[in-house]
Write a protein that binds this ligand. Structure first.
Ligand SMILES: Cc1cc2nc3c(=O)[nH]c(=O)nc-3n(C[C@H](O)[C@H](O)[C@H](O)COP(=O)(O)OP(=O)(O)OC[C@H]3O[C@@H](n4cnc5c(N)ncnc54)[C@H](O)[C@@H]3O)c2cc1C
Length: 454
């Protein structure tokens, strides 16, 4: 162990290599529950690509596992450390190196916080669309590692669609440059895309070229109350089938609405079975909202309330962003992330309600409804062994339901440790075998974030 620390310090400043047990314990896990974690042997905080290369060469030489970490807001245990590992925190590589309005790109280091990039882009009249609810703390490197989504993906797509090129330090310390800075480019296999969602198992992202869009007009949002989740699901289908292009379409069920009200006194309507938020950042959002309001009423909405202005709209979004922290206050939580074709959203929501009943548990649901991406949050008392076992079983039942409905076990949070038993069911044996072979090409010694995904 002192060999490891000494060797690391040959290429990093002393203060950037920390083996203090209080610190290593603090860096052992992300925000997922039910996932194994152990304090790493050492946490390193490089500031340069050279320093990351030195870390990886040292790890290869000593055959030590490396766990890349961003802000550790992940919800699947993908950033959890294993005993004896190097936790490689990228948070100090946090510079925005270029913002280029002509080519509409940003060149960034991996530790840049998502919201900082959005604000910097806005100062140039540009927009970086991927906006996970954790945007004030999560990093671009973590977003690339997980393939993060967010509220505006229904119109603008997920992180993968904005990553044009990457600088990646491989397991043996070599620097790989993938992709492009150009608007178009199809040279060779798309290795850039391969790293998006790879959960740090193939290499360490040390730089990214990201696509930016022109800043959209201010967004206007409406809130529609529904007497059932079925009716809300039908409204989502009607809006999409009519050809509308909302900039967000989010859903919260009663449990979630009440939890948000209890946490932040937002005054949301807490007798509603489902609250749907629909936003437009189009040239005429008022007309778009009127048309969508009509479709919501036709689907059974009891109340449709458009926000008066973009300030009021932002408040509604803030309420949605509080959903997970608010549900967290009700007990121990397990957050699922099942995405289904949006045409089957109503069935998914009804199925989750049935599962809550069958397992006698509280399950609050918030959803990126326009993407069919649901977040059923199982709330339970972790001191009660029976309830904990039921919670775990209900979580599995939700994933099984998602697959039955033609969906995926994870729309945006990733597999990590939490869902590794389920990945094989979704990919099938051939898929798993090929993915393992790909991993072996990049990481023949198996030191990159071992135990994640498979
Ligand atoms: C309140 C709350 C709300 C959330 N809302 C959303 C949401 O709306 N949408 C969504 O998608 N997620 C959401 N999340 C989950 C989480 O914020 C995202 O998964 C985010 O992308 C993680 O970023 P991070 O910087 O915290 O990464 P970490 O959790 O530190 O790491 C995530 C993964 O990326 C890898 N990684 C990190 N940095 C690098 C790097 N430089 N190179 C290679 N691999 C790397 C890690 O090894 C790990 O596998 C939410 C979480 C919370 C707590």
């Amino acid at each position: 162990m002192s060999d490891l620390v000494d060797l690391l310090r040959e290429g990093l400043p002393e203060a950037a290599v920390v083996a203090d047990p209080d610190v290593t314990a603090a860096y052992q896990q992300d925000m997922a529950g039910f996932c194994d974690a152990a304090p790493p042997a050492v946490v390193v905080f490089p500031r340069t690509v050279d320093e990351v290369q030195h870390v990886m060469r040292t790890a290869t030489r000593l055959r030590v596992p490396v766990v890349p970490q961003g802000a550790r807001t992940g919800l699947s245990g993908a950033a959890n450390a294993v005993a004896g590992a190097i936790a490689l925190s990228l948070v100090r590589m946090d510079r925005i190196l270029e913002l280029d309005p002509v080519n509409r790109i940003a060149v960034v280091e991996p530790g840049v916080v998502n919201a900082e990039l959005s604000r910097a882009a806005a100062r140039h009249g540009l927009n970086y669309p991927p906006d996970p609810s954790s945007w004030e703390s999560c990093t671009v490197g973590g977003n690339i590692g997980t393939g993060a989504g967010g509220l505006c993906c229904v119109k603008y797509g997920v992180t993968a669609e904005y990553v044009l090129g990457l600088d990646v330090v491989l397991a043996d310390g070599r620097l790989l440059r993938t992709g492009r800075r150009t608007a178009k480019g199809v040279a060779g296999y798309d290795l850039t895309r391969l790293f998006v969602g790879a959960e740090g198992t193939l290499g360490v992202v040390v730089g990214a070229v990201l696509a930016l869009r022109p800043a959209p007009p201010p967004q206007l949002v409406l809130a529609a109350e529904f007497p059932s989740t079925d009716a809300a699901g039908a409204a989502v289908c009607a809006v999409m089938a009519a050809g509308h292009v909302p900039s967000l379409m989010e859903l919260m069920d009663t449990t979630t609405v009440r939890a948000v009200n209890a946490m932040a006194q937002m005054g949301l309507p807490d007798s509603t079975a489902a609250l749907l938020l629909v936003g437009f950042d189009s040239l005429d959002p008022t007309s778009d909202l009127e048309a969508v309001g009509e479709l919501c009423r036709a689907a059974g909405a009891t109340e449709v309330v458009p926000a008066a202005d973009s300030g009021e709209s932002e408040l509604l979004l803030e309420a949605r962003r509080l959903a997970l922290p608010a549900l967290d206050r009700l007990g121990t939580t397990m957050i699922d992330d099942v995405a289904v074709p949006r045409s089957r959203l109503g069935e998914m929501l009804a199925g989750v309600a049935r599962i809550a009943e069958d397992y006698d548990l509280t399950i609050g649901v918030c959803a990126h409804a326009g993407d069919g991406n649901t977040h059923p949050v199982v709330v339970f008392d972790s001191a009660d062994a029976d309830e904990s076992a039921r919670a775990r079983a209900s979580f599995d039942a939700i994933m099984s339901l998602g697959l039955e409905l033609g969906g995926t076990i994870t729309g945006e949070h990733g597999v990590g440790l939490l869902k590794k038993d389920w990945l094989a069911r979704e990919l099938g044996p051939v898929g798993v075998q090929l993915q393992r072979q790909v991993k072996a090409v990049f990481d023949p010694l198996g030191i990159m974030n071992p135990g994640k995904l498979f």
